[in-house]
Design a protein. Structure first.
Length: 372
């Protein structure tokens, strides 16, 4: 019986672990996966040298303090790949670590083929990383159509596989749409403590001001976790504003409008075809540094995908109670704006659903492992 071919598979975060396990299910049974990941990879049969928990960091400072750990991990994974005569490596997301690992593998193992699943956000900042990707990555699987075009323009083999969440969001839209409450508005202030603490005082003031002129609306905040609940309970909410344990997608689908912070929540709101606008505040220093490196004029994911402002953004000092109240009035009462957003969201969904993640990932993995 032939010995299984060893394939290095590295996912440093929980979301990447799920994608990595999905990749494993589409790979031939003649392969043995080892590397770094989490519970999903382990259940699928991977041999883990590191876990996602051991890789977890919060923010730049903690990552910097753990530099020596990550350096040792790269060295160990590279040495293991050499010992096992690895010819192929699949790296999932986690670009700060994985691009360095890819460079180490290329230097140490001549001829090794490396595939990256999920692109770092080079289109938003630090575009110079394209040179590291070109030097170390043989193929990259991306989740947004515009990323495929970007990489191909740079002569880097790229495949748009579809987005991991489109099927889930489609199912939620089918389940919950059609129950829209004209007096319900969802507010998503973020999940991190720093986001909640910066956003909630402004949102509470804006809701209070709006409700004085337009009574009868209910503002609901989906609670993402117990830790978020503990933080949110510290605030005295005005009448008509409440916390909910219902899922965010259900609330968004049932709402007439929404206020959403940056991140994948904007994709959820767009997929539920709920008119919304984006708000975000961070520390003054972080914002100052970010503006120095960010290459595009918007931060909302749906705006990035579309390449234009589908939804308004109130960022930093522009996120104040007066502006939020004014924008809330428009998103609730301006039927022309609401309809324009809905049409744009439908176009975005059609664009992103042109590929199915299961099929796209399966085909890309099959081509990669059979390529000599």
């Amino acid at each position: 019986m032939n010995k299984p071919e060893e394939v290095l598979l590295v996912a440093g975060e929980i979301s990447g672990d799920m994608l990595a396990s999905l990749a494993m299910t589409h790979a031939p049974s003649t392969l043995h996966f080892f590397g770094a990941g989490g519970e999903s990879m382990q259940k699928a049969g991977a041999e883990l040298l590191y876990t996602t928990e051991s890789f977890a960091t919060i923010g730049f400072l903690e990552a910097a303090l753990r530099f020596s750990f990550f350096k040792k991990a790269i060295r160990r994974l590279t040495e293991e790949a050499q010992l096992r005569n690895v010819r192929r490596a699949i790296l999932v997301d986690f670009p700060g670590f994985n691009l360095r690992l890819a460079a180490s593998l290329k230097k140490s193992i001549p001829g090794i083929q490396i595939m990256q699943i999920s692109s770092p956000q080079i289109w938003a900042s630090r575009y110079h990383r394209i040179h590291k990707i070109r030097a170390s990555i043989d193929k990259i699987l991306v989740f947004y159509p515009f990323e495929e075009k970007l990489y191909r323009r740079e002569n880097i083999p790229a495949v748009y596989t579809g987005h991991p969440r489109t099927q889930e969001l489609d199912a939620a839209f089918r389940k919950f749409s059609g129950k829209r409450n004209k007096k319900l508005i969802t507010i998503m202030p973020g999940s991190r403590r720093s986001e909640i603490e910066r956003h909630m005082p402004v949102l509470i003031e804006a809701v209070s001001d709006f409700s004085k002129s337009y009574p009868g609306y209910t503002f609901v905040i989906p609670v993402a976790s117990q830790s978020s609940l503990q933080i949110l309970r510290n605030y005295t909410l005005p009448q008509g504003m409440e916390l909910s344990e219902a899922g965010a997608t259900e609330l968004l689908a049932n709402s007439s409008a929404a206020i959403v912070t940056s991140g994948t929540a904007t994709l959820e709101a767009a997929w539920m075809e709920t008119p919304f606008f984006l708000v975000y505040r961070t520390s003054g220093l972080t914002y100052f540094l970010a503006r120095k490196i960010i290459l595009i004029p918007y931060i909302g994911l749906v705006n990035v995908i579309a390449g234009r402002f589908l939804v308004p953004e109130l960022i930093q000092k522009d996120m104040n109670a007066a502006n939020v109240t004014r924008q809330l009035e428009q998103i609730v009462l301006d039927e022309t704006m609401r309809q324009e957003q809905k049409v744009s969201f439908q176009e975005l969904k059609k664009q992103m659903k042109s590929r199915d993640i299961q099929t796209g990932l399966a085909r890309a993995i099959a081509e990669f492992v059979h390529h000599e």
